[in-house]
Design a protein around this ligand. Structure first.
Ligand code: G1P
Length: 292
């Protein structure tokens, strides 16, 4: 029986250069998709999956991320006094219990593996989740919950995967698949951002992971990989002699908010997933398409 997954790491130290000038002062993760900052979707997904501790790996100037989830007594008082119950509930829904939010500084942008390694003292020796907020998932069952349920069965490392077009393997961690059972693909190897001609498959890791803590020992070496960065994929690959690694073909649709077109797509998709908004938006979208 696998240990429960109680802690989640959110690597949010990036500069968000693809979204300048919007990210000159505001962290990329604080830019809203429809009605909530991007980071809140990832946090809500983690909450819905039973996560109790939220570890933000940040950098200087990104204090507003943790602040967004802290209690805002003054605002709550004002909203209560004005009888604004709906608004009050929105503020409270963005508030995590005190003591459940932890912030760790990643002093240098050395890669995703390094960001996760920075959280090792808070995680300790138990399985933990990693959520990359840029990857947003619309699904019936929260994507992380699907991973945690699979992890309870198979243990080891369990990550979300999906097939990508072969010309895009160089953007992802790619699985070298050993066998497939239902939605689970067992990997015998992992490669970070392989060129299409050398990629072992087209099955790509997307930004949701449930990891065994042994990955921290692999990350201790600070080995550089693709792009000169300390890669999480490489560290996971080096644990495969002792740990199983399963990719779960999760149920749901993934949107990549890490680039501007994907960000706009996510806004439209999340807006259309809200029935009230969808009804108003559809004719507007149709009219726009007719004019372009
Ligand atoms: C990171 C990981 C990669 C994974 C991807 C998912 O890459 O290194 O293995 O497939 O996230 O979004 P990044 O998008 O940070 O370059």
């Amino acid at each position: 029986m696998a240990q429960p997954v109680r802690k989640a790491v959110f690597p949010v130290a990036g500069l968000g250069t693809r979204f300048l000038p919007a990210t000159k002062i505001i962290p990329k993760e604080m830019i809203p998709v429809v009605d909530k900052p991007v980071i809140q979707y990832a946090v809500e997904e983690a909450l819905a999956a039973g996560i109790e501790h939220f570890i933000f790996v940040t950098s200087d100037g990104k204090e507003s991320i943790a602040a967004h989830f802290a209690e805002h007594a003054e605002l709550e008082k004002t909203l209560k006094a004005r009888g604004k119950a709906t608004e009050l509930s929105l503020v409270q829904a963005a508030t995590l219990p005190s003591g459940s939010v932890h912030t760790v500084l990643q002093p240098e942008p050395l890669g995703l593996g390094h960001a996760v390694w920075c959280a090792r003292e808070f995680v300790g020796d138990e399985p933990f989740a990693v959520l990359l907020p840029d990857d947003m998932v619309l699904s019936k069952t929260p994507c992380l919950k699907q991973l945690i349920d699979a992890h309870a069965d198979v243990g080891g490392h369990v990550v979300a995967v999906e097939d990508v077009p072969s010309e895009k393997t160089n953007r992802y961690g790619i699985l070298d698949v050993l066998s497939e059972t239902g939605r689970l693909a067992k990997a015998k190897g992992l490669v970070e951002k392989p060129a299409p001609d050398v990629a072992p498959s087209t099955l790509a890791i997307i930004g949701r992971y449930v990891l065994d803590a042994s990955v921290f020992r692999a990350l201790d070496n600070h080995t550089r990989g693709a792009g000169g960065e300390i890669q999480l994929t490489d560290a996971l690959n080096s644990t495969l002699a002792d740990q199983s690694f399963h990719g779960l073909r999760f149920e749901g649709a993934r949107y990549d908010c890490g680039n501007q077109v994907g960000f706009v797509e996510a806004n439209v998709a999340f807006a259309l997933s809200n029935p009230e908004m969808s009804e108003k938006l559809k004719p507007l979208l149709r009219a726009l398409l007719n004019h372009h």
